[in-house]
Design a protein around this ligand. Structure first.
Ligand code: SF4
Length: 244
């Protein structure tokens, strides 16, 4: 199915059809199909270079190392994440990494002290993550996410293919278990994010990520103590023109 079909039939229907057709496919085969056949030249992997990101980055590097990989540099990342990003990019030979950054004027006007996360984390995520990603994805018909069903109750219901306005989100690892992720990382001899061993199984921005105790939900350290559980890039269709 092409992006033309996606638009022709309506994104919800198209995503549902893709889901039915490819539900049992292995993640790497599904990725190859999406990159080479379904959306050639019109699909990007969005990566946070977090705890499990090496799996998809490795698969994509094997299919085509020039596949666009979008990283949103919020300006609030751990130094370890930026170092890990650079090391993985070199190790995997990725040649098309796009760094999306927040709009400088918006930051100057709304978050000059880098403290908006404390008073209004939703707006902080909006200007530091959602809008830069929306801008970077303009012109693409599909994007690949690294979400896993075991990460949270909300994510356990996410399908393989998901409609997002006129775009399709592909979630190749949604059915993977935590042990399958670990097995893949070991088998491919991929380096771990340095913060995983320090108690961070899910890694976002420094001010909004804390250690997780044994037995806690894997994303319990994200926005701890707040009702917030997602940054917003997956909660509504991305649009670069929204509420700047
Ligand atoms: S995770 Fe925290 S610091 Fe990062 S963009 Fe969202 S609110 Fe801001």
């Amino acid at each position: 199915m092409s992006a033309h079909d996606v638009k022709l039939f309506g994104d919800q229907i198209a995503a549902a059809r893709l889901e039915d057709r490819f539900a049992n496919m292995k993640a790497s085969s599904l990725l190859r199909l999406a990159i080479e056949d379904l959306f050639p030249g019109r699909i990007a992997l969005v990566s946070s270079f977090g705890a499990d990101s090496a799996v998809l980055l490795h698969m994509v590097s094997r299919i085509d190392p020039n596949t666009p990989v979008v990283f949103v540099d919020t300006g609030q990342h751990f130094e370890e994440t930026l170092g890990y990003r650079d090391a993985l990019v070199e190790r995997l030979g990725l040649t098309n990494v796009i760094v999306a950054e927040p709009d400088a004027k918006t930051l100057e006007a709304e978050d000059p002290e880098k403290f908006l996360f404390a008073s209004d984390p939703d707006r902080c995520c909006e200007i530091r993550k959602v809008l830069p990603l929306a801008g970077a994805l303009e012109g693409y018909d599909a994007w690949i996410t690294g979400r896993k069903g075991f990460q949270s109750v909300t994510r356990s219901r996410v399908p393989l293919f998901e409609a997002e306005g006129e775009r399709v989100k592909v979630n190749p690892l949604i059915g993977w278990s935590a042990s399958e992720i670990l097995d893949y990382i070991r088998a491919a001899d991929l380096p771990p994010h340095p913060l995983v061993a320090k108690g961070f199984p899910s890694i976002g921005c420094l001010p909004c990520t804390s250690r997780v105790a044994p037995g806690e939900d894997i994303r319990a350290g994200r926005w701890r103590g707040r009702t917030k559980s997602e940054c917003g890039i997956h909660t509504e269709p991305l649009s670069a023109g929204q509420d700047i």
